[in-house]
Design a protein around this ligand. Structure first.
Ligand code: URA
Length: 200
């Protein structure tokens, strides 16, 4: 059962990360339907995701929910995960407040082999990466760029597994860059047509 295999993998990841950082580190594992043929991959959890132990439940998650609605699919029918499964944050020295930050290459490197094993368990037909971090990790190419690759499907192979990749901008990016919204909507409509062509 995929669910059991994922549980074993998550336990191994937790042990690995706690040993690496020499402390108990809260992790947010992938969630949703492990039998889904579609996997969405984000960057890393934020504060709300850590509090609730689920990916994409904060503001970026609200945007993602709207996008999923446009696609005409149910969130519960998808499997949703992140490259990095702990919250990367920085502390503002004057206020002492924590805020999210982009994961470093080193952090991505620590988690990436576990993401690949997660995908080997799920065996999706389609992977939708959300943003640059997930795109670079999945293509295993630092030169991959969401600005150039968004909205166009490509075929990827790792090991014996082949799957279709559809890169999207990160749903949080339209919070910061309103001018991306139209492009994002166009990409979603292309993705909707692509899902249909794949019978998904
Ligand atoms: N952004 C992500 O990339 N992942 C989450 O789970 C939440 C916000």
């Amino acid at each position: 059962m995929k669910k059991d295999q994922l549980q074993v993998l998550n336990e191994e990841l937790k042990q690995h990360i706690d040993a690496f950082y020499k402390q108990a580190t809260p992790l947010v594992y992938g969630g949703g339907d492990p039998d889904s043929r579609i996997v969405l991959i984000g960057e890393a959890p934020g504060k709300n995701e850590v509090l609730q132990g689920k990916p994409f439940v904060g503001q970026a998650g609200k945007n993602l929910d709207q996008f999923i609605e446009i696609l005409g699919i149910e969130k519960t029918d998808l499997y949703i995960t992140n490259v990095v499964k702990m919250r990367p944050y920085k502390i503002n020295e004057s206020t002492g407040r924590e805020s999210n930050r982009t994961p470093t290459k080193k952090e991505v490197g620590i988690f990436s082999s576990f993401l690949m094993r997660e995908l080997e368990i799920i065996k999706p037909s389609l992977v939708v990466t959300l943003g640059n971090i997930a795109l670079k990790c999945i293509t295993q190419d630092e030169n991959s760029s969401i600005g150039k690759m968004h909205g166009e499907p490509v075929m990827l192979q790792f090991g014996s597994e082949k799957f279709n990749l559809f890169p999207l901008y990160h749903p949080a990016s339209i919070i910061y860059k309103a001018d991306l919204k139209d492009i994002y909507l166009q990409d979603l409509h292309k993705l909707k047509a692509y899902l249909k062509s794949l019978n998904l």
